[in-house]
Design a protein around this ligand. Structure first.
Ligand code: URA
Ligand code: URA
Length: 267
């Protein structure tokens, strides 16, 4: 009698034994069908982390700025569409950032975009061309958006419309001065999702004090200063940071996927 060839299962059993798997059963029975059904059930949407202000209010403006701020609010409220808003921004009589910038940099992108991205502020190239995100950061941003199939679907603007000299981060007061125009742009475009690129944008728009590395990739509810319908907002890493730290692009891709899953659900 020839010995039977080893059954294929014996190899598998030997592997399990080596791997330390000694028991094929648990102490209690497991209903694998119920487990599968649980996995297949539609997942509830992730809860929005509430954008409770970490600091209760924004930095108060100096008296001379308060007057300009009232003008900004009134001019923004009067703008009935984006061209009117752009004209109001360009005509805004303000001696702050505007006095030293070459151009006003308002926005670019479709007026009915489902996604609106708010960056920090114009750099040298933007100051020359009058368009946001056209320099190296802008080129990387376009590649990131294209990777997610979002080219031509994002309305792009900044927290301030004039280049801060020497490319410093805009101050809170400078951002506050431009906020009525940014809020009006959001009200006119009515995006389904806001992307807040970089720490200076995310902290300002969400009134939070954490750093961008902690804020990024999490959903927040953005609500206008005067109240109103909240819009889901996703802080993302700034493309200028990704240029300096290419390894962080993995996070950027994760954030694009996070954005796409929410965008799909809201279509
Ligand atoms: N960085 C920004 O935050 N915005 C721009 O428009 C360009 C570079
Ligand atoms: N700091 C920022 O302001 N933005 C980033 O994306 C990363 C660090």
């Amino acid at each position: 009698m020839t010995p039977a060839a080893p059954h294929p299962l014996s190899g598998l059993l030997a592997f399990w034994a080596e791997a330390g798997v000694e028991f094929a059963y648990d102490d209690a029975p497991v209903d694998r069908l119920a487990e599968g059904a649980r996995r297949l059930a539609p997942k509830p949407p992730p809860p929005a982390v509430n954008a409770k202000p970490a600091a209760p209010s924004r930095t108060p403006l100096a008296a001379h700025d308060a007057e300009a701020f009232d003008l900004a609010k009134a001019a923004a409220a009067r703008a009935i569409d984006l061209p009117a808003l752009e004209a109001a921004v360009a005509a805004f009589p303000w001696g702050g950032l505007k006095a030293r910038a070459a151009r006003t940099v308002f926005a670019r992108g479709p007026a009915n975009a489902p996604v609106m991205l708010i960056g920090e502020g114009p750099g040298a190239e933007e100051d020359q061309s009058g368009e946001p995100f056209v320099g190296r950061s802008g080129q990387l941003l376009e590649r990131i958006l294209a990777a997610g199939g979002l080219e031509g679907r994002v309305f792009i603007t900044n927290t301030v419309f004039w280049r801060p000299s020497a490319d410093r981060t805009p101050s809170q007061a400078e951002q506050a001065m431009c906020l009525p125009f940014v809020e009006r742009a959001i009200a006119l475009v009515k995006p389904r999702i806001l992307l807040l690129a970089g720490g200076a944008s995310a902290k300002h728009m969400l009134r939070r004090s954490e750093g961008i590395l902690s804020l990024r990739g999490r959903w927040f509810d953005w609500t206008p200063e005067g109240g109103g319908e909240p819009i889901p907002a996703l802080p993302i890493l700034h493309p200028a940071f990704l240029l300096r730290q290419p390894a962080a692009k993995a996070h950027a891709w994760q954030d694009v996927l996070t954005l796409l899953s929410r965008l799909d659900r809201s279509t």
